[in-house]
Design a protein around this ligand. Structure first.
Ligand code: UPG
Ligand code: MN
Length: 733
């Protein structure tokens, strides 16, 4: 085996050539940051009035925070590596019949925000993997507790019996039906037939959701009727018994060419208002247990309901890391990047999150592996039961990762046990959520779980093939985009300010450099402090003729130029070298500023109020529904405001103040002021304006439904005026 592997490896890795430059630049830039802080302290010591003391302190704090965040990003640049897999060599090492079994988890939570057809498409795309079907089990977790989702899956089970052989026999690459029929597929009679089947299933499912009722004409068997009978009068999304329905059973259910179908199981765990359900982490833990009882595969894939498989070979790639003799014993999971379909050309909302999902993981991969991003991740089941060297046995042997299930999944004792472990009180007085399974305590259960696994001593691998393995939906309205990052912000702060803070607990468990990577995310939202300061303070000072930066003729000016352009240039290069465009980079930095003034700021505020006991926070699911008009505007690259969201207020305020300050500055220079002293402030305001074009458009001359609501415009302008008046009064004292 050793010799086969060395001739035809399953995977390789190499360090990126830019590493020495990264390290050198890090050294130079760090020196520059310290020089800047020294300069700030000098100014602070010279300040004579309370106002100048306040301004200097604010700038010092902002720059310390920016410097800190910058330093955390350096850990991603210390040892980036690139990996390659060779799935074509796999069968030289392991026989297809010895492939390990896989359990695939798909989470959904709301039939209105996540249309059942989306979930069904994701499920079909993974059921159709090029993999022995008797080794595949697909579990759907429905936190929405919706009979419509169950109905959609009953339909999918029937349609799958045609779809799977169709894909197999025609060697289809994109096995998600919706994506396939959107693509340029061959129009044969067989294809037309399967397309009609798909369309009629879609109509049935959508009609049921629209009518809000599964009418009798759609129920085709006694077994189905019995399943729907569970939706009794008192059944609500927050309060209902568990529903576990085996829709396809491997070996028994066969497709129309008489080959076995994979297992397909619908699970809606029990819910009660009296016990916490821990959102997605809770759903995943329930699935971990239910799947342990039914199939207990050694490998588990988690997927969001909108992340369909875009490559039939993905499981083979995963096996490249999980088979063969040099398999790392501590390897806990293999993370694929989150990639998306339907992004517009400039990716105006920077929803691709290139740095988060594609660039940074390459950096972490060279250390001990990327963090977990919630979807597209293959886990070894063992990781959920304690550290690599300290196995933590579950409550009873059937849940243990090495237990072999012998009974068929529909056997009565199996179903009874599965319902028991899906109970809402099952986890009381157990280790689930703390030491076992997906971790609770943060709205970003993915980051939290990955981080804690790394603390326990597990490693991970980043697998980034050219052809995206999975593709997901993106939110297309600014409010949805900002709400998503706001939720992340709250979740990240929950980790940052817990006893598991990466700077303390993390650094002890995994060393400083690795811990800094995790700290980078945990402290994301504090970017709001320097961003808000830079969006308002220099401009307000400019409006009041107060100069706060060194003059152009002052040698310290050069330092500012270096720090600004150095950081921006490196950021730009990173982005472009990761196969992106100038336009997308510009959107990305703009959204960083916009998020700083909205999501991060509101996330930080919500986190603080929550800790003061004022508010409680929930998981606000991102909508995957597409409004045609909105989607047209999105494709044209127009920002979608539309709703009167309070998060738009600071953005519109900043846009107003930057514009007025810049105009006022120009006027000053025109009537004889000196540009020398106000240049940096003029530059900052001008840079703000350059970023704000879509906001001016939305506030002033757009007339469509996606414009900035008049109410928000008026409130923002009023608040901007109030802010200006207050600061001028203070400055006059
Ligand atoms: O109570 C809940 C809430 C959500 N979900 C599911 O969680 C997934 C992610 O939710 P979504 O609204 O799409 O959130 P995003 O912000 O788009 O998702 C990112 O961020 C989440 C953490 O906030 C991670 O869980 C996701 O994997 C990651 O893609 C979806 O499939 C939901 O159905 C549940 O199962 N139960
Ligand atoms: Mn999502």
């Amino acid at each position: 085996m050793e010799s086969t592997l060395s001739k035809s490896p399953l995977h390789t890795l190499r360090c990126m050539r830019r590493t020495p430059f990264n390290r050198l630049f890090a050294g130079v830039y760090t020196t520059a940051i310290f020089a800047l802080l020294y300069h700030h302290v000098l100014i602070l010591l010279q300040s004579t009035t309370l106002v100048s003391f306040f301004i200097s302190t604010s700038m010092l704090i902002s720059d310390i925070l920016l410097g800190f965040m910058w330093s955390t990003t350096q850990s991603f640049r210390m040892r980036p590596i690139l990996r390659q897999q060779f799935p074509e060599n796999l069968e030289k090492v392991i026989d297809r019949k010895d492939f390990p079994a896989m359990d695939i988890f798909i989470c959904t939570a709301d039939p209105y925000k996540e249309p059942p057809m989306t979930v069904v498409n994701t499920a079909l795309s993974v059921m159709a993997y090029d993999y022995p079907p008797e080794k595949l089990s697909v579990y759907v977790s429905d936190d929405g507790g919706s009979e419509f989702t169950l109905f959609a899956f009953m339909e999918a089970a029937k349609f799958g019996k045609h779809w799977l052989p169709y894909c197999r026999n025609n060697n289809i690459v994109v096995r998600c039906p919706d994506a396939y029929f959107r693509s340029n597929y061959p129009r044969s009679s067989e294809t037309q037939k399967i397309k009609m089947m798909y369309e009629s299933m879609k109509i049935r499912v959508e009609t049921v959701v629209e009518r809000g009722k599964v009418s009798d004409e759609y129920v085709s068997s006694e077994e189905e009727r019995e399943a729907f009978n569970k939706w009794t009068q008192g059944f609500t999304r927050q309060d209902h018994p568990s529903v576990i329905q085996v829709l396809l059973e491997m070996g028994k259910d066969r497709d129309n060419t008489d080959k076995s179908m994979p297992n397909l199981i619908y699970v809606s765990r029990q819910k009660s208002k009296a016990s916490p359900h821990h959102f997605k982490a809770g759903a995943l833990n329930a699935l971990l247990r239910v799947s342990a009882i039914m199939t207990n595969s050694p490998i588990v894939l988690t997927l969001d309901c909108d992340m369909y498989s875009n490559d039939t070979q993905t499981l083979h790639r995963v096996l490249c890391y999980l088979t063969g003799s040099p398999c790392r014993p501590n390897l806990g999971y293999i993370q694929f990047p989150q990639r998306f379909h339907g992004l517009n050309e400039a990716d105006i909302y920077a929803c691709e999150f290139k740095r988060l999902f594609q660039v940074n993981p390459v950096g972490m991969d060279g250390l001990s592996g990327p963090s977990y991003v919630g979807t597209g991740c293959f886990f070894r089941r063992r990781v959920f039961f304690g550290a690599p060297s300290a196995f933590l046995p579950p409550e009873f042997p059937e849940l243990s990762p090495d237990n072999v299930v012998e009974k068929p999944i529909k056997a009565q004792p199996i179903l009874a046990l599965a319902n028991r472990v899906a109970g809402c009180n099952y986890e009381n007085q157990t280790n689930w959520g703390s030491k076992m399974g997906f971790k609770y305590g943060s709205l970003v259960e993915d980051y939290n779980t990955g981080y804690r696994l790394h603390c326990e001593g597990w490693n991970s691998v980043f697998c980034h093939p050219d052809r995206p393995a999975f593709l997901g939906d993106i939110p297309i309205s600014l409010n949805d985009v900002l709400s998503q990052t706001k939720r992340w912000s709250v979740g990240l702060l929950e980790v940052a300010f817990s006893k598991y803070c990466p700077l303390t607990f993390g650094a002890r468990a995994m060393g400083n450099i690795r811990a800094l990577c995790f700290a980078h995310y945990a402290f994301w939202p504090i970017w709001s402090i320097p961003i808000s300061t830079y969006a308002f303070l220099p401009q307000l000072a400019l409006l009041n003729n107060v100069s706060i930066f060194p003059e152009v003729s002052n040698p310290w000016f050069v330092l500012y130029v270096f720090l600004f352009f150095g950081a921006y240039a490196q950021d730009y290069l990173d982005f472009i070298l990761a196969d992106s465009t100038i336009q997308r980079w510009w959107s990305d930095q703009r959204m960083w500023l916009i998020r700083g003034l909205s999501s991060y700021l509101f996330g930080l505020t919500e986190f603080v109020t929550k800790n003061l006991g004022v508010a409680t926070l929930g998981f606000n699911v991102t909508s995957k529904v597409v409004d045609d008009e909105q989607s047209k505007r999105y494709d044209q690259g127009t920002f979608e405001f539309g709703v009167p969201s309070p998060m738009f207020v600071p953005i519109a305020m900043a846009a107003t103040i930057n514009l007025i300050a810049f105009l006022r500055g120009l006027l000053e220079i025109y009537i004889g002021g000196n540009l020398d002293g106000s240049f940096v402030q003029m530059f900052v305001a001008g840079f703000g304006i350059a970023n704000c074009f879509p906001i001016y458009e939305a506030m002033v001359w757009r007339t469509d439904k996606g414009r900035m609501p008049i109410k928000i415009t008026i409130i923002s302008i009023f608040l901007a005026w109030a802010l200006y008046t207050t600061t001028s009064l203070i400055l006059k004292i």
